[in-house]
Design a protein around this ligand. Structure first.
Ligand code: OAK
Length: 827
């Protein structure tokens, strides 16, 4: 038994199905107030969740007691987004209660699979960054590391996506409409958050002190969501803050007829946690967004400081020994000046002492190099909302430039302006990336190539100044959700052929490589893939009415819709295949179903046009007899975690086709490969490491490399060079500019052509088209050789051990957080 995870034998005996049956019935009666003959599916779900919560809460209590008994060092993971998905299935698997619950419900005449479908996704995130945070919480609990996730209790998570005539329509997500059985409100830990106002300089005992007179007080109410580790491990907390109007009510104003004003004030306060901004990797610059960032950062820090002081009072020597704070991108960077404010203004500490503590505590993860995602705040806006924090930022900047930068590059004003937290120009801006790097002791990228680009292109001067600060931690995914729970057939096959502890030791899947050429194992593996494809075919039929053949190649691209992710490159290739089929109905190709899942930011016109184009092309192709069933296109609506769980196990091909240098890591690439899909991808993000692990023979790499992209751009890229020299490419691009796919509406899809030609094709779609089409021919050829395909698929599953998020977390622990595991007492 390792110190970090308990073996199955040391766990308490799990509940019997009979006992669970009783608990579920008990909750159906006493918390739902109904009975089996009458209960709705939702009531059964609530009752089951309540029954499971008895185990969850017991684990939570034991874990919290253990943490306080040993006064443990913990990481506090600050993130604007936690894309948790559904929790019942996850909790059942992690508690080893899935089969038992299945049986218990069956005995009650209920079907667990149907009941799981009742649960709304907890979609409190946009995409990669938010889902990574959720996987990390799973791993932290599983490895018994003390950790708290801190975020925002959004009333509305990521919008629901619908299609109307092929166009994306957004509807508000209402995940808590009927309550949420997993969360506990903690009124005893409410915090007061201040905003706006002005700063006064007060002279006391010959000393100048700054006093912030805030203009606004907001209440931050914490909701705790237990995070259950796998195998009876610890149960940590995800603490999400909800904003409310403060109780400090001005009765004079009220009595003087201020009832309406009081209501407005309440609505304004509640607006802070009302809705998740739906922009993935683009910055809106909106005041409410800055307030959201400060609101949850300040509430979290107040909570961290309160917990610390409960044990240590005013003795700050232990603070950096017990507290680590991870900034999930720059969104919570305002936590840095906030901690300085607390220590200096509230705790009366001197600058140097405060800075020394602050700097030891923070670390920052960068998740993107896209310029539009690098946060900058208008200085005047920042000053209006957080006047005291701007002063503190000036002071941090002054110390940094006059001490550190001046020492390294004396008299060099150029480097000072490049490194300054304040960007000078027509509009002065606060650079949150710089603040994060300066305020942290470690900064990491999320895949090898990305971390190298962070050093060489994003923060080269910081890297020269502090060569040890920038590091890499390659992302990972939890194998509990992304294999064991979502692909039970494959999990069971693996149980029989590899060491049973693979869900915590994913490297043990390596043993399957010995079976990659074994005909029986190949058949079993491919049979499971086929069954998963049949299930997905049913989902596709139910959601879209489209019939697809599970015998075809299922080729899947699932991720946010973004030009750099190049769904339109996939689309151009689909058009090329369609054209080949129309020109020659006997054209020899393995039947293929191209399946997409993607939401576009509501204000991102071109992304929405690409969704529209995919839907219109799908309509035309799927209804064209001439293609003879060889080609189908499906865009599933409302892509989200729970849909990903159905798509990933059924994928033959994983599309990872971003412009090299643009996708920081990707994590869908890991999930798909782990479930036996073969990647067609560029040498970008973690694709490079996936190819290293699986071997280049088992992935289809195409396209320009990072260096080639840079060289082409500096030579001067002209998309017409490709368009005019490739007849097929020209034909498909021009096709988009006709009314072939949008009868009676010529030009409805022309924005795509426009962006690729006159728009300069910023993501080099045309440059990579031919290489992509050739790689797709290799996919087709490999699939015809059933044994060769099965071999590659098995090797993909077998070699993804590196991408276990437990490994990522262990890297963070070893290089950054320096935590010790504390398995809970009583487990
Ligand atoms: C979102 C908002 C702002 C900045 C970055 C993001 C984001 O989601 N980035 C994504 O993070 C994932 C987790 O590290 C990576 O796998 C993706 O490549 C990256 O795009």
């Amino acid at each position: 038994m390792t110190t970090q995870t308990r073996s199955a034998s040391s766990r308490k005996a799990p509940a019997t199905s009979k006992a669970l049956q009783q608990k579920i019935l008990h909750h159906l009666h006493t918390t739902q107030g109904t009975y089996p003959e009458k209960a709705s599916a939702l009531a059964w779900w609530e009752a089951t969740a309540a029954a499971i919560n008895e185990f969850v809460m017991a684990g939570l209590t034991d874990t919290q007691k253990t943490h306080s008994r040993y006064d443990t060092r913990a990481v506090n993971y600050l993130s604007m987004e936690f894309l948790m998905g559904r929790l019942l299935s996850n909790n059942l698997h992690n508690l080893h209660l899935f089969e038992t619950t299945d049986k218990a419900l069956a005995a009650l005449g209920q079907n667990l699979t149907d009941i799981l479908e009742q649960e709304p996704d907890m979609a409190l995130g946009n995409g990669g960054l938010g889902r990574l945070a959720a996987c990390f919480l799973d791993s932290l609990a599983t490895l018994n590391y003390p950790a708290v996730g801190y975020g925002i209790h959004y009333e509305h998570g990521l919008f629901e996506q619908h299609f109307r005539n092929g166009r994306q329509i957004e509807r508000p997500d209402d995940w808590r409409e009927y309550g949420n059985p997993w969360e506990v409100c903690r009124p005893e830990s409410v915090q007061q958050i201040k905003l706006y106002g002005y700063v006064e300089t007060v002279y006391e005992d010959g000393r100048a002190r700054k006093v912030w007179h805030p203009g606004r007080n907001i209440k931050a109410v914490p909701w705790d969501i237990p995070v259950v580790g796998y195998n009876g491990a610890n149960v940590n907390i995800l603490r999400l803050w909800e904003s409310r109007a403060t109780d400090f009510f001005d009765w004079d104003v009220f009595n003087a007829g201020g009832y309406v004003d009081a209501q407005i004030e309440q609505a304004e306060a509640e607006a802070i946690s009302k809705v998740l901004y739906p922009n993935d990797e683009t910055e809106a610059g909106k005041e409410l967004r800055l307030i959201q960032q400060y609101f949850f950062s300040a509430a979290s820090l107040a909570d961290i400081v309160r917990r610390y002081q409960r044990a240590h009072g005013d003795d700050w020597t232990q603070f950096p020994k017990l507290v680590a704070i991870q900034l999930n991108d720059t969104h919570p960077a305002v936590a840095i000046p906030e901690l300085m404010r607390i220590l200096i203004d509230d705790k009366d500490m001197d600058w140097n002492h405060a800075w020394q503590l602050c700097h030891q505590v923070f670390s920052y993860t960068n998740h993107t190099l896209l310029p539009e995602a690098l946060e900058k705040w208008d200085l005047h806006l920042f000053e209006k909302v957080l006047p005291r924090h701007l002063e503190l930022i000036y002071e941090i900047n002054h110390h940094f430039l006059t001490e550190e930068v001046e020492q390294k590059w004396p008299g060099d004003d150029g480097v000072k302006s490049r490194l300054s937290i304040i960007e000078e120009g027509a509009r002065r801006m606060v650079r949150m990336g710089h603040l994060s790097v300066i305020g942290s002791h470690r900064v990491n990228g999320v895949a090898e190539v990305h971390s190298e680009l962070v050093k060489s292109d994003l923060f080269p001067d910081f890297h020269a100044l502090w060569p040890h600060k920038l590091t890499n931690v390659t992302n990972g995914i939890t194998p509990r959700r992304w294999l064991k729970a979502c692909n039970p057939r494959l999990a069971e096959l693996i149980d029989r052929h590899a060491s049973k502890d693979w869900p915590v030791r994913l490297d043990k899947l390596q043993k399957l490589t010995d079976l990659a050429d074994d005909a029986r194992f190949q058949n079993a593996f491919m049979k499971i893939k086929h069954e998963n494809k049949e299930e997905l075919a049913d989902v596709i039929k139910a959601l879209t009415g489209i019939e697809v053949d599970p015998g075809a190649i299922f080729d899947i691209q699932i991720k946010r819709l973004h030009e750099y992710k190049r769904q339109h490159l996939n689309l151009l290739h689909i058009l090329a295949l369609y054209r080949r089929l129309l020109e020659n109905p006997d054209h020899d190709m393995v039947p293929r179903v191209f399946i997409f899942g993607a939401k576009a930011a509501p204000g991102y016109r071109l992304a929405k046009d690409i969704i529209f184009a995919i839907n219109k092309v799908a309509d035309r192709i799927n209804n064209d007899e001439r293609v003879g069933g060889k080609l189908k296109v499906v865009m599933l609506p409302n892509y989200r975690v729970s849909l990903a769980e159905k798509m990933i196990p059924a994928a033959d091909v994983s599309e990872q086709i971003s412009t090299a240098g643009k996708e920081a890591s990707g994590t869908g690439n890991m999930k798909l490969a782990l479930n036996g899909a073969l990647t067609i991808g560029t040498l970008d993000g973690a694709n490079i490491e996936i190819a290293e692990e699986a071997g280049e023979d088992n992935v289809f790499i195409f396209g320009l490399t990072v260096d080639e992209v840079k060289a082409l751009n500096s030579r001067g890229y002209n998309p017409y060079d490709y368009y005019l020299n490739d007849a097929e490419l020209k034909a498909v691009v021009d096709w988009l500019d006709t009314d072939y796919f949008t009868p009676g509406q010529p030009g409805a899809l022309s924005s795509i052509k426009h962006s690729l030609l006159d728009g300069g094709d910023p993501f080099l779609v045309l440059a990579d088209f031919r290489s992509y089409a050739e790689a797709q021919l290799k996919v087709d050829a490999r699939y015809r050789d059933r044994k060769a395909w099965a071999r590659s698929a098995i090797i993909n599953t077998a070699t993804m051990g590196k991408f276990n998020s437990d490994r990522s977390i262990q890297d963070y622990v070893d290089r950054i957080w320096k935590l010790k595991p504390y398995p809970r007492d009583n487990a």
